[in-house]
Write a protein that binds this ligand. Sequence first.
Ligand code: IPM
Ligand code: MG
Length: 357
Amino acid sequence: MEKRITVIRGDGIGPEIVEQALRVLTRVAEKYGRRFVYQEILAGGAAIDACGTSLPEESLQKCLDCDSVLLGAVGGPKWDGVPKEIRPEAALLGIRSAMGLYANLRPARLFPQLAAASPLKPEIAGQGIDLMLVRELIGGAYFGEHRTGLENGELVAHDDMVYAAHEIERIARAAFAIARKRSSRVVSVDKANVLDTSRLWRKVVHEVAAEFPDVSCTDMLVDNAAMQLVKNPAQFDVIVTENLFGDILSDEASMVTGSIGMMASASMGDGTRGMYEPIHGSAPDIAGKDLANPIGTILSAAMMLRYSFDMPDEADCVEQAVNAVLDAGFRTADCMSEGCTRLSCSQMGDRILGQIC
Ligand code: IPM
Ligand code: MG
């Protein structure tokens, strides 16, 4: 059966890293007798340049009419001055929202081979990190009303943070279901000592927790969670949190595992269709130089195989190929350490392909 993948190469390093992920997908398809059909669309800065808007209607339609979306990265300083409605980031938020992708899964795992690249002390990193950050993706401050205007003679800005109970319930349920397949421990992160949205969050999460008696559930305030992630990251199995906290904590979680360039993500809704993207940005400073780490994107493609296409063998194959290349001491610049061999983005792609035969 054929799978239709909508591809957004995007901006900055996006095209380079997506290229490597597509090579990997194509090789996997050959090996396992699958057929992937790619339809490329413009979104983000590239779409602003070509069509004057970051999310042309036709692009959005192709995200809604496919089996999954693979995205590199969007944005860059070039588009800092454009109106907020058409900023590259608006395209990303528009796609997430239109596709109903409320659950953003961001696995943070310390590859033992990369322990030396982690900024944590060896005695902390040595305990291992293997957590799944489940971030609510289409609610909260990102999607509340934003406005700036004169009030009492000065400029005042508002960003409404809004959560309805059903939005919390569905993300909590997703997190508990994931925990069941892991070590059955959920930490729900909020700021319930200050925010009403967090107090509702906590109440609803506890109600959902009651449906999963086999999964433990503890609450943690977000400031403490930020601290615990560097003090004792091994304590976490699944973290579930709202959109903005999840954005921040996932960058932190990725860094403690050695490199943000390694971290993949899946954004899911109620069906099997998802959007898959590395969690890092478009890194304009290294764009076009063949320096970027394609592994976050390649592992995102592996998540697509696993979560959207129900192809666990194919996903395992990609993950094992990445592992083997790291085992052999190959690194891109971002996670280079002594004694390793430094590769460019495309050479890293070559090495990973070489493991899939
Ligand atoms: C992410 C990114 C996006 C977000 C930006 C680019 C809008 O930081 O996916 O984490 O904040 O969600
Ligand atoms: Mg982010």
